[in-house]
Design a protein around this ligand. Structure first.
Ligand code: UD1
Ligand code: CA
Length: 458
């Protein structure tokens, strides 16, 4: 039986982050820290999630406003984890059964572990079940104090622990499954007589033992999972582990990562099989990449869709663009938002595009800027071509028909239309519309003064 309600504590500022942004909104591999706890809770079966927010609660609210399964309660003053839970009690009034309690700063926790915690809680019918881990360096965490028979007696915080207790290597993850009736009956009994003058949620363990209500513990298989992120070192550590997990999933699904240590792929990104990704690539946001694609070194892609057999050569940057099958891009190309490339388009080195549609088989192979343009099929855009789309105040569009050949170093002064089948000679500045099947040529006539240089040298 899964536990369908979860409570996530996320009101703290995260002082040790030394940041203007509240800790739980710092990003790891494409998701805010709190988003990872949410994902784990959902994976374990939670359908109703209450978040306790405090610092920058409005920003937390804003970030998750589209998630229908979440409600947010405010803890105005951060008086401790026990106090945070008490702030949410009103929201939980109608509910019974068990509840998962998580922290917003343990992004490595998996749904599977949370599920195991819930299963053990149901099996033992304890009032409180706590997730624990053994750590080589337990400093900073609450310690699990057990009796001679190995039964959990209480949790002692680092700052309250005796020398002997500090030697305990089993730590509290800050993640629990609790019986709601027990929680409602005893949350009001917590005191704050401790080193931090805080209301500790951890004291409920001692209370459960004293009341003979039952307390169980589940040891996490991997202590990594309960890593609490408190500073930027731990943020980097956790990000690395999340990235490894994402990369492993992709590799096992048929993606080749030449050096997985150097591929930076967000959790939200999808990649098709037989795609090969070289080191230094960063894939962000809602990016979807097809099968049999090649991403050479140092390619950065944000919120793009790539069809199958696309090749992106080294050093290219793509954002909010759609790329059709068998397109070739780069090296050093820049696709800016609103670029739509139909199949077999070629965008070569040092080409920049913005808000354009380019038809099947068209090419811009070198050193070109294409902005606010519609380009037909089988068009050749010569080296150095520029769509002059901006008059200093407004943007204007360029329309180029099918089968147009644009020579090198052409300026298209928008708004302007080039009819299909036309040829624009190299060096032309196009300022008027060009009808279909037309040769357009605008150059100052060439003058050759033979022998002139010879004379100058003598
Ligand atoms: C807590 C546990 C500790 C455990 C550790 C695991 C207590 C007393 N201690 O300590 O046993 O080993 O987590 O990481 O529970 N929060 C609020 N409101 C508050 C205080 C905290 O919402 O008033 C939230 C924080 O935003 C954070 C979480 O609760 O997400 C944990 O708080 P934190 O201050 O980091 O607790 P620790 O000292 O790490
Ligand atoms: Ca913490």
């Amino acid at each position: 039986m899964s536990v369908t309600t979860a409570l996530i504590l996320a009101a703290g500022k995260g002082t040790r982050m030394k940041s203007g942004l509240v800790k739980v909104l710092h990003e790891l591999a494409g998701k805010p820290m709190l988003g990872w706890s949410l994902a784990a809770a959902r994976e374990a079966g939670a359908a109703r999630i209450v978040i306790v927010a405090g610092h920058q609660a409005d920003q937390v609210q804003e970030q998750f406003k589209h998630d229908g399964d979440i409600s947010i309660v405010l803890q105005e003053q951060q008086l401790g984890t026990g106090h945070a839970v008490s702030c949410a009690m009103e929201q939980l009034e109608e509910l019974s059964g068990a509840i998962l309690i998580l922290c917003g700063d343990t992004p490595l926790l998996t749904g599977a572990t949370l599920q195991r915690l819930a299963d053990e809680h149901n099996r033992t019918a304890a009032a409180v079940t706590v997730l624990t881990a053994r750590m080589d360096k337990p400093f900073g965490y609450g310690r699990i104090v057990r009796d001679a028979d190995g039964r959990v007696r209480r949790i002692v915080e680092q700052k309250d622990a005796s020398q002997d207790e500090q030697a305990i290597d089993e730590v509290n993850s800050g993640i629990y499954c609790m019986d709601l009736a027990f929680l409602k009956a005893h949350i009001g009994r917590l005191g704050s007589e401790n080193a931090q003058n805080e209301y500790y949620l951890t004291d409920l363990v001692g209370i459960a033992v004293a009341e003979h209500a039952g307390c169980a513990a589940v040891l996490a298989d991997n202590p990594d999972e309960i890593l609490g992120v408190n500073d930027r070192l731990q943020l980097a550590l956790a990000t690395k582990v999340l990235r490894q997990r994402i990369n492993q999933r992709l590799m096992l699904s048929g993606v080749t990562l030449i050096d997985p240590e150097q591929c930076y792929i967000d959790a939200t990104v999808q990649v098709g099989c037989d795609t090969v990704i070289w080191p230094g690539c960063t894939l962000r946001g809602q990016t979807v990449i097809g099968c049999n694609c090649l991403l050479e070194n140092n390619v950065r892609i944000t919120d793009c869709t790539l069809a199958d057999r696309v090749q992106i050569k080294a050093g290219s940057v793509l954002a909010e663009s759609e790329v059709g099958a068998e397109v070739s891009i780069g090296p050093m190309a820049h696709l800016r938002p609103g670029t739509v490339l139909h199949p077999q388009v070629k965008i070569g080195n040092f080409v920049e595009t913005k808000k354009i549609v380019m038809g099947e088989g068209s090419k811009a192979s070198h050193l070109t800027y294409l902005g606010d343009a519609t380009i037909g099929k089988q068009v050749n855009i010569g080296c150095g071509t520029i769509t002059c789309n901006y008059d200093g105040t407004r943007k204007h569009t360029t329309n180029i028909g099918d089968n147009v050949f644009i020579g090198s170093d052409v300026q298209l002064v928008a708004p302007v239309t080039v009819g299909s089948g036309s040829l624009i000679a190299a060096g032309t500045t196009v300022v008027r519309d060009v009808p279909p099947d037309t040769l357009t040529l605008a150059r100052t006539p060439q003058v050759n003064k033979e022998g002139w240089c010879l004379k100058k040298r003598n």
